[in-house]
Ligand binder design. Structure first.
Ligand code: CTP
Ligand code: MG
Length: 222
């Protein structure tokens, strides 16, 4: 059953320290337009409205709100500006290769009854646990391990409740789904294509730019 209104929230308020550009990462040119525009376009194809959470001071424009000191606080700011949402899709501006198809598969899982559905890739490296001195304490069974990404779709009410935690807990969360899981919500993984990579360091920007230009060749190359 369709869960509407569906609001897309783009987390774009980070500074991009590791990228080391002269301005915030989401505004860095990539494939001929600001990095965040790719995500806004993909979400716009699926959602009723798209809210972009930007660094405070850069809110000019429709559906832009100022973010917080941590990613989760930024997501909370976006969600607060979308009181009409029955479902929401949270996505990082740092993953511009997201497709409407992947977003739709996450949303469809929420429509089937999951509280949350997160894009993820099966772990391909062997993963070990090590003590502080480097001594390996355990090798994990990677057959059930997933590396989690965005988009992450949720029943909005469940995410609102999950984000109602003390500020330090909010700041410590590395993704939105972990807060939902912590509150007892049901979350499923959605197998994402390998191209859905994140721009973190300068070399990622080079890789992403060439993938974007390849996947959009013929449509728009500025
Ligand atoms: N983000 C956000 N608000 C914050 C911090 C991060 O909206 N206070 C967003 C970023 O804009 C990014 C996403 O969360 O799209 C994932 O974060 P990350 O890749 O770590 O980006 P930055 O925090 O900007 O980069 P860095 O950690 O290198 O400073
Ligand atoms: Mg960060």
């Amino acid at each position: 059953m369709a869960v509407r209104p569906l609001v897309g929230i783009v987390a774009a308020a980070g500074s991009g320290e590791r990228l080391g550009a002269s301005g915030p990462k989401a505004f860095v040119p990539c494939g001929g337009r600001p990095l965040l525009d790719w995500s806004v376009e993909a979400l716009g194809a699926v959602c009723d409205r798209v809210v972009v959470v930007v660094p405070p001071g850069l809110e000019a424009g429709p559906d832009r709100v100022g973010g917080g000191a941590s990613r989760s606080e930024s997501v909370l700011a976006g969600l607060r500006s979308a009181p009409e949402a029955e479902a929401c899709v949270i996505h990082d501006a740092a993953r511009p290769l997201v497709t409407p198809g992947l977003i739709q598969r996450c949303v469809a899982a929420v429509e089937r009854g999951w509280d949350g559905a997160v894009a993820a890739a099966p772990v391909t490296d062997t993963v070990k646990e090590a003590a502080e001195d480097g001594r390996v304490t355990r090798t994990l069974d990677r057959s059930c391990l997933w590396s989690v990404q965005t988009p992450q779709a949720f029943r909005a009410e469940v995410l609102r409740r999950a984000l109602t935690v003390p500020r330090d807990e909010l700041a410590a969360a590395t993704d939105d789904a972990s807060l939902v899981e912590g509150a007892g919500g049901s979350v499923t993984v959605i197998d994402a294509p390998p191209e859905n990579i994140k721009v973190t360091r300068p070399s990622d920007l080079v890789t992403v730019q060439s993938l974007l230009l390849r996947s959009h060749s013929g449509s728009r190359v500025d």
